[in-house]
Design a protein around this ligand. Structure first.
Ligand code: 13P
Length: 358
């Protein structure tokens, strides 16, 4: 039988089945993902805010505190996105951090992109393309052996005067699709994350501009995923919500964010995708929770809608911990509280009163 490169028959059934199971577990009812994959540069910025030096040990202590929050990890967190250093790291007592999270029933994941780099061409001062495809097949095989069952790759889209360019959207969407296909080949569920930024140097755009650019981006991403024959059943999308830029004078209500986000997702994300796990992107903790809850409360959604927050899950815990061993319990309480609030939001059952009650 000859091979037809334009045949879009699904990839090997056995592998797809397994990927589907992992993907469904990642978005199980009331559960979401902890993004703890800050690169060394990003975690340094977070630690600077609590006047803590970023060292291998301080990064380990911080993440060990989170992963040993057993109640949160068992009941609210389906999986954790790790950074290369962390997936290899051992807790203070010598237990691999991966084993700690697995013991709590949480799936280890790994960030595999190597960062957003200036996109060569006339917009290189503003636009980026995410890199990391070189050697990715081999890295994925190693990460699988280290226990990772899902991965993340983040493409970044910036709205500015006359931007994004089509070139930027196309390059990032293509990279995401090539990454996703390599993940599935390795038995790893890809989290496909095209982020239209709400913060940063520009970000004066209003909510409707965010809607327009996000729709364009998601449509392009799904076209590329189709061309790369990525199995939609075996992946998770991690989009931004439809919000106004942080510097926009006209900020929308939570109800408008929820309504427009669900609308754009219904018109771009096929219902065979098992789940959508949002990034928080610079929203404050409670706002990110409220938005998610309002969307789930609408009901009648074709996919699971949950969280894959970094800042909105960690900010309070980092503050409460402050880099001090005597504050580990306080840090864990703060983390568990946010995880629980977001779990309620993933069920559409959060309200502000529960923030106080906890
Ligand atoms: P934030 O929730 O802080 O945006 O981080 C999520 C993430 O994984 C970004 O890539």
């Amino acid at each position: 039988m000859s091979f037809d490169p334009n045949d879009h028959a699904p990839t090997e059934a056995k592998m797809t089945e397994k990927l589907e199971d992992i993907a469904r577990a990642m978005v199980a009812p009331g559960k979401g993902i902890l993004a703890a994959d800050e690169s060394s540069g990003t975690i340094k910025k977070r630690f600077d805010k609590i006047n803590l030096a970023s060292t291998e040990d301080s990064r380990r202590d911080y993440r060990e505190m989170l992963f040993r929050s057993t109640d949160a990890m068992k009941n609210y967190v389906s999986g954790v996105i790790l950074y290369d250093e962390t997936i290899r790291q051992k807790a203070k007592d010598g237990t691999p951090l991966v084993d700690i999270m697995k013991a709590a029933g949480s799936i280890p994941g790994i960030k595999v992109d190597t960062g957003a780099k200036p996109l060569a061409g006339p917009t290189s001062k503003i636009e980026t393309v995410t890199e990391g495809l070189d050697g990715l097949r081999e890295r994925l095989a190693e990460y699988h052996a280290l226990g990772a069952r899902f991965a993340k790759w983040r493409g970044v889209i910036t709205i500015a005067d006359g931007l994004p360019s089509w070139n930027c959207i196309k390059a990032n969407a293509h990279g995401l699709a090539r990454y996703a296909a390599l993940c599935q080949e390795a038995g790893i569920v890809p989290i496909v994350e095209p982020e239209v930024l709400m913060d940063g140097a520009y970000c004066t755009h209003d909510i409707d501009e965010c809607y327009r650019v996000t729709e364009w981006t998601l449509r392009t991403v799904f076209r590329e995923l189709y061309d790369a024959r990525v199995s939609l059943e075996g992946m998770i999308v991690k989009p931004n919500m439809i919000v106004a830029g942080q510097k926009c004078a006209k900020q929308p209500s939570a109800a408008e964010v929820a309504e427009k986000t669900v609308r754009v997702l219904k018109s771009t994300v096929p219902s065979t995708v098992p789940g959508i796990a949002f990034l928080s992107g610079g929203q404050s903790d409670e706002v990110a929770t409220e938005h998610l809850s309002l969307m789930n409360a609408m009901g009648n959604l074709p996919w699971a809608l949950t969280f894959s927050y970094g800042r909105a899950l960690q900010a309070a815990a980092l503050q409460a911990w402050g880099g001090k061993s005597e504050n580990v319990a306080a840090g864990q309480r703060a983390f568990t509280h946010r995880a629980k609030m977001n779990s309620l939001a993933a069920l559409g059952k959060w309200d502000a009163k529960q923030e106080k009650a906890a």
